[in-house]
Design a binder for this molecule. Structure first.
Ligand code: 5RP
Length: 231
């Protein structure tokens, strides 16, 4: 990928982030996403905080927690939060029905808990994330390590081929001390049905299919934003 296309992507992420933070209100509890797109939102939020906005953030990963603290955003631990007003997070893929694949950064479990607590889940994305059908990006699945063999067998029964995610020649370990299996199901014709099937497999802590959790996706396209909103 050449530098120009990288810059174009970053610009799209940034303008989507700028648009998304407009939905934050004074005294909101704000879920803070994880990844290179959420990074832009966290920076925008930090700038607003410096200008007097009072919010408390709920981070979706240890990495986001450190980043937010370093930028002066006050945090609340997830287990002390009953409800989150608004969350701004990224996604690996989304469709126009607002189904998502998330977890490319391995933070899917905390991202899903935060999304489930959130009244207004806003996903920000560059235009490369929009797909007609989910599934080109493998579905990240957080697995309790001792259940790996069983989970891989069960994924096979769903016509999924799972591979343990590696980092520096060792399995990638999540913030929750689990492993990630990236599962290829081909194109996913019914994300809700696959999500429900994955939910029934013991040993899976969370999977990266986010169905009916998103209120809008704000996508940067060139120098504009396009909003996909739920019904
Ligand atoms: O789900 C995520 C992390 O677990 C990210 O939101 C997703 O991977 C998108 O990342 P990026 O904004 O870097 O493309």
């Amino acid at each position: 990928m050449d530098k120009q296309s990288i810059d174009k992507k970053d610009l799209e992420k940034q303008i989507a982030a700028r648009e998304a933070v407009k939905f934050i209100q004074q005294n909101d509890i704000v879920g803070l996403g994880t990844g290179s797109t959420a990074f832009f939102a966290i920076q925008e939020i930090a700038a607003l905080v410096k200008n007097g906005l009072k919010i408390k953030g709920v981070p979706t990963s240890e990495h986001t927690a450190s980043l937010a603290l370093s930028l002066g955003i006050e945090l609340l631990p997830m287990d002390q939060v009953k409800s989150i007003d608004i969350t701004i997070d990224g996604a690996d893929e989304f469709d126009t029905q607002l189904n998502l694949v998330k977890g490319g950064g391995g933070a899917l479990f905390r991202e899903k808990i935060v999304a489930s607590l959130t009244k207004n889940e806003i996903i920000i994305a560059d235009s490369g994330k929009l797909v007609t059908q989910l599934g080109k990006f493998k579905v990240p699945i957080e697995v309790v390590p001792i259940a790996l063999t069983y989970v891989l067998q069960q994924l096979g029964k769903l016509n999924g081929k799972g591979e343990v995610r590696m980092k520096d020649n060792a399995p990638f370990i999540t913030d929750n001390h689990n492993i990630i299996v990236d599962a290829d199901f081909g194109l996913i014709s019914d994300p809700a049905a696959l999500s429900a099937s994955l939910n029934r497999i013991e040993g899976i802590l969370a999977h990266g299919l986010f169905v009916q959790l998103t209120s809008k996706v704000i996508m940067g396209k060139g120098t504009e934003t396009i909003i996909y909103a739920g019904n």
